[in-house]
Design a protein around this ligand. Structure first.
Ligand SMILES: CCCCCCCCCCCCCC(=O)O
Length: 535
């Protein structure tokens, strides 16, 4: 055969051998570089299995010692009531969840290189909570590197959403959301760079708040990417109700925290702001003009604004300025200002989780190729083009300062708009309903409603207000998205099949106004509850 003759040419044979050699060499290098990860991961998995076995044995012992004890009514108590009962010696429950650096435990961030490096001491938040009587009892799962809003990593696997096992609980603090939703805990701590507290809270039907940067100490919180000065990662609690979030912040915003970490302002919890009942001026928007809200997201805002208006608050339409610019140029610009170098360094020699592959593979491309792809995609999908542009990083310290300046200017523009309407707080969609597993990586522009407040550094919390109805599901048939691109298409696929799943709204306040944000969240929670309860 002529083809066989061609194949037997010595140069072709040589080339084939060289190619095979290169592939084998590449595979060997990769295997060798991943060797530490491959040996650490099974050990971490074994430690988790042992911990679960110990927990099951303890539960069994308790059952035998106290056969009459029914934990369900205790676990269903709101934290506030639980505290009252404990203070009155009616209960002695030892369980407050915390997933932060705790002495003697790893905080892996889903990364092999963070394994087997137990913290030498408790982080500040853990210290303050423990001093107030909290007992951390479990560390919950997160997304690899925390830079994704799914909840999967190669060490502990994928966490599922208890409301629908085909859906993700959201991330990065997805384990907390799932555990709270199942009644396995009463309070959890998460971190939030682009919605990582608020997304799992809304996907799982619980509450969560991201506080103004630096109001809570970040000392002793493990993180794959540290050092950002805009779009910073902040700490915050998740719980089943707003009162529990308030209780947690009341405990944390103390002199004790300020003494342990003087970089946090000494700004104790302002009780009078939280408990005030003066009517509020509330701005609201159903759409940011960038991510078309799902029918249930839009309905949740409509429903909440109507309830607020009926309750005597003033509700005023608001529009977000320049969302596309804010999301790509400012938010993603700060997120990947280093071109992803820090993130890639943390993943060196590690197994990359499928939920991170898209981001990691794109970041690994040479900048020239990223720029070329940005140019090509401009004519196919402009939003993908902007992502590739941002993944190149800013380049020089001067450019970084210019970016920081642009963020500050945008903050001032937003605040000026807020002030011109004389608003107290703002109401917006969150991100709902829960996505199918694997979809967060495919629809990463849909976090725009949440990431905006990371960029602005405003306190923002989510409260579940409704569930997806068959009518919401039907209306998805008309969902096109504003850009009609792959991210819009993936968003539509991600939220399908969600009848009965939770839908939240987002409550926002100006920087340092956590108490007002919580008061607004509480108002929303109460109005929704009253409306559901038969009169
Ligand atoms: C193709 C690569 C696209 C990269 C897009 C980046 C998406 C950013 C998701 C950030 C999620 C932050 C989660 C968090 O709040 O911690």
């Amino acid at each position: 055969m002529p083809g066989m003759i061609w194949l037997s040419h010595p140069l072709v044979v040589l080339l084939l051998v060289a190619l095979l050699g290169a592939v084998l060499l590449g595979a060997t290098v990769l295997f060798w570089r991943q060797a530490p990860a491959r040996s650490k991961i099974p050990r971490a998995q074994k430690r988790r299995e042992e911990a679960l076995r110990r927990m099951a044995a303890l539960a069994e012992r308790l059952r035998q010692q106290e056969p009459e004890l029914d934990p369900k009514p205790i676990l269903e108590l709101p934290l506030e009531m639980l505290v009252q009962k404990m203070l009155a010696d009616e209960l002695s429950l030892e369980s407050v969840l915390c997933s932060y650096l705790e002495e003697g435990h790893d905080s892996s961030c889903g990364l092999a290189q963070f394994l087997e490096k137990p913290a030498a001491k408790d982080g500040v938040i853990v210290k303050v909570l423990k001093a107030q009587g909290a007992i951390p009892f479990v560390k919950t799962n997160i997304s690899q590197t925390l830079q994704s809003y799914d909840c999967s990593n190669p060490i502990y696997g994928q966490t599922l959403n208890p409301q629908n096992l085909k859906k993700t609980p959201g991330g990065s603090s997805g384990g907390e959301g799932a555990l709270l939703a199942e009644g396995g805990s009463i309070l959890g701590m998460g971190t939030d760079t682009g919605g990582s507290i608020r997304i799992p809270a809304s996907f799982c039907g619980v509450c969560g708040i991201r506080v103004t940067g630096y109001r809570l100490s970040y000392s002793g919180v493990a993180s794959a990417v540290k050092g950002r000065k805009a779009g910073i990662t902040v700490a915050g609690p998740l719980a089943r109700d707003v009162e529990s979030l308030a209780l947690c912040l009341r405990a944390l915003l103390s002199e004790h925290m300020h003494r342990l970490d003087p970089t946090t302002p000494f700004l104790p919890f302002r009780e009078q702001v939280y408990s005030s009942n003066r009517p509020l001026r509330i701005g609201y928007y159903e759409s940011d003009g960038f991510t078309q809200p799902s029918p249930s997201m839009a309905r949740a805002v409509k429903l909440t604004s109507r309830l607020l208006r009926d309750a005597g608050h003033q509700v005023i339409p608001f529009s977000v300025p320049r969302t596309e610019y804010a999301f790509f140029h400012l938010y993603q610009g700060t997120l990947f200002a280093d071109g992803g170098a820090t993130l890639l360094e943390k993943l060196q020699g590690d197994i990359v989780d499928p939920s991170m592959k898209n981001t990691v593979n794109s970041l690994r491309l040479p900048d020239s190729l990223k720029r070329f792809l940005a140019w090509i995609w401009k004519y196919i999908e402009p939003r993908v083009s902007q992502i590739f542009e941002m993944l190149c990083g800013v380049g020089t310290p001067k450019k970084l300062w210019e970016l920081h300046q642009a963020v500050e200017e945008y903050q001032q523009e937003f605040i000026a708009k807020w002030r011109s309407l004389d608003l107290d707080v703002l109401l917006s969609p969150a991100l709902d309903p829960a996505f199918y597993i694997g979809y967060p990586a495919k629809a990463n522009t849909s976090i725009s409603y949440l990431a905006l407040y990371n960029l602005l550094n405003f306190p923002a919390g989510v409260v579940p207000v409704t569930t997806v109805t068959p009518q919401d599901e039907k209306e998805l048939a008309f969902y096109k998205g504003y850009y009609r691109d792959s991210s819009d298409k993936n968003f539509l696929e991600a939220v399908r099949g969600s009848v009965g799943l939770s839908v939240a709204v987002q409550c926002i306040a100006l920087p340092w106004e956590e108490e007002l944000c919580l008061r607004f969240m509480k108002e929303v929670e109460t109005l929704v509850k009253n409306q559901m309860e038969p009169k």
